[in-house]
Design a protein around this ligand. Sequence first.
Ligand SMILES: Nc1ncnc2c1ncn2[C@@H]1O[C@H](COP(=O)(O)OP(=O)(O)OP(=O)(O)O)[C@@H](O)[C@H]1O
Ligand SMILES: [Mg+2]
Length: 488
Amino acid sequence: PRELLLGIFQDISERKKAENILQKSEERYRAFINATQDMVFIKDESFRYVMVNRANQEFFGKPEAEIIGKTDFELMPPEAARRCRQTDEQALQSGDIIISIEKVDKKIYETRKFIVPIGDRKGVGGFIRDITEIRTAEKNLRFQAMLLDQIHDGIVATDLEGNITYANATELEILGKSLDQVVGTSVRFFGDDPQRGPTQEEIIAETLQKGCWRGEVVNFPAGGKPVIWDSRVQLIRDKNNQPQGMIGISTNITERKEFISKLEKSETSLRALAGHLQSIREEERITIAREIHDEIAQIITALKIDLSILVSDFRLQFPEFLEKHTPDITGMTDMLDEGIRKIRHLIRRLRPEKLENMGLIEAVRSQLEEVRQTGGHKISFHSNLPDIHLNDEQRLAFYRIFQEALTNIRRHAEADHIAVSINRKNERVILTMRDNGIGIDPAHMEKPESYGIIGMQERAIFLGGTLTIQGQPGAGTTVILEIPENHK
Ligand SMILES: Nc1ncnc2c1ncn2[C@@H]1O[C@H](COP(=O)(O)OP(=O)(O)OP(=O)(O)O)[C@@H](O)[C@H]1O
Ligand SMILES: [Mg+2]
């Protein structure tokens, strides 16, 4: 009996041991199942809960003991329970894994249900995962991608080697490719022309080195017109400041460029036209001056001579008649003299005669001297140049600018001092005219009915130079003309 007892004892201890092992293993599974955030359950053939893990207990808000043995109809609102039952039945009948997405309150769940053997019977097991956050993130991503697609700028993201990881709709449209076709390919294949801009290779190198790049890029899409981009490329870094890739944002400026070049062309031809009109005007003035001089001045001079001959004849033949009319004759002579003076003045205004008879600097000096003599202005003039050598047209343009500036001072400035200088500096001839008057108001420079300053500016451009007008209220005005000296 002792052996038997021992035998039984051994038997019991073996069983105990096995039970122990089983219990340990059971505990491990339970710990595992309870540790997951997913809900895990098993229901029997009549859809009564056999097992629910902790996450599922929390979902129901009940301890396991109050769930085991119950159906969903006893735990959930009828509509939700009915839907649950449907997929339970499907899983049990089909033997497949049934995946479904369910919305409960504001949360979205993904459920997977499948057959689980319970002893020699069948039950339904399942995982239920809360995918609300993933879904929201996906939605946000889709929303952001949609935003990027709405943008009229082309956007391309690449890795550090320049292989494309993303391109938005605008970029794809220009490239004439789909996202699948470009992802993984190198931006080097966009095509570039070293003659017309930096290559993709250079852009990548500089972005990696300096962190960003900006400039114009010309691409040659297969079979299409060249596209000009204004591009900004930026190195992307992660939280630890490690470079992760690059993103390029490009604005298609092809049309803008074309427009600007058209505009520039039309501006150039307008300039040329203005210049042409100016010289026509000058020519016309010279012609009119010549005609007045040759025709009318001659006639008046002839009249004066005729008159004096007439007077001599009268003195001989009708001395008392002449005596009687002496005041009239003096008046006539005076009128003719006045006429000649007026004509001379007119000719001088039409044709800067000074300029014809002397050098530019001397003409300026002489004109200023004339202004000084009429009084009202103290004049200073200084020049470190013997003369400026320009061709006739250019001399005239220079002189006309000077004249207009001088006229403006006399007409508008209310100044008592005019300081003029013509100097050479850095291979440029600089005419400076300063007055101490009321100071030009910048708004007045653009008066629609004033052509003086516009004309000065056009002439300065004709000379290949620049005209600057600086005015300060109460502190006078300075007009500066700068022309390059090689304009000879
Ligand atoms: N030296 C100056 N001091 C103060 N104001 C000035 C001076 N020069 C020009 N201005 C102002 O600038 C305006 C524009 O000058 P601008 O020479 O273009 O036209 P304008 O002299 O009025 O007419 P015009 O077409 O006959 O020359 C003038 O009307 C005047 O108000
Ligand atoms: Mg003027």
